[in-house]
Design a protein around this ligand. Sequence first.
Ligand code: FO1
Length: 353
Amino acid sequence: MRVTVLAGGVGGARFLRGLREHLQVSPPDADVGAAARITAVVNTGDDMWLTGLRICPDLDSVMYTLAGVNDEARGWGRVGESERVSAELASYGVGWPWFTLGDLDLGTHIARSHLLREGLTLSEATSRLAARWDLGVELLPMSDQSVETHVVVDDPDTPGCQTTMHFEQWWVKHRAALPVREFVQEGLGAAVPAPGVLEAIAEADVVLLAPSNPVVSIGMIINVPGIREAIRTTAATVVGISPIISGAPVRGMADACLAAVGVATRADAVAAHYGSRLNGGILDGWLIDEADAGLAESIESAGIHTTVAPLWMRDAVTSAALAADALGAAGRIRRRRSGSSLRPESRQQAELA
Ligand code: FO1
């Protein structure tokens, strides 16, 4: 079974870890043999050049989490980190003192920057870095071209003026507290999906939208020319997981991003924002938390098959259970849509049947 996941940083990373756990645990049938194949299409809108190094926050969060070397508490960076180089950079007044680049993390950025300067694409560099660990998930950047998210805000220092800053300045330095006029994807016009991305969407049995930020993570991925259309037309079943529970983001500040694009911070509003594939959108199914069960009917009436399930990913078990619920929803939708009475080939196919 092939599963393709659109993912941002922390929420996407944890969900991918749960999905890998679930699919590893449910072994493929002997007669089918084919193990599950998971491809992650990861947001690169947070990427930047900083102190001469290319930083890819979401790719790194996903890679470190799947490698088991992530700082689980902080949600980003490496476990057992130190910050000696970062302190030196601050002393020299170089870089962003409020954006901590740990020593181990810098190893990743130095390696990646070296590979890019050797002429590798971001995809090639990502696969070289990931090869150090047996991640069990193929990592694809959404694009090999730079598509940085920049934020247009009212300038806090000069009232009446606007200023544009990199997403990470807005997110980390200003803690998303500056009202956003506009999110801009620098370079979007010249961007194409990275090699393998469109195939991963077209050839999947299931496409999952991880519980990542709908605006600055999932939103940025589907804006890359060709990706939204690929999701709309794939033969796969497309299921998303709400990143909002009881009107609040599971983590991060998605509410500030949703407000900026006029979407209410509610599980039904985000589903409507993505839209049903039955009428021009990208969703077949949507998972909401038990706390939001009251919203199921309105989401269903928008043509989106809705599943109520526990969405909190507290540990490996709950993350794997969420992944199982998402695949189970895809199976129910597939059966309902195709009226398939075909005997599933394998236990995993049975999950989808
Ligand atoms: N987030 C913070 O809140 N403070 C930081 O100093 C910080 C540094 C940092 C360095 C590398 C990296 O890959 C991520 C880092 N993040 C930091 C997290 C980052 O803002 C988020 O991972 C995403 O970009 C937003 O989802």
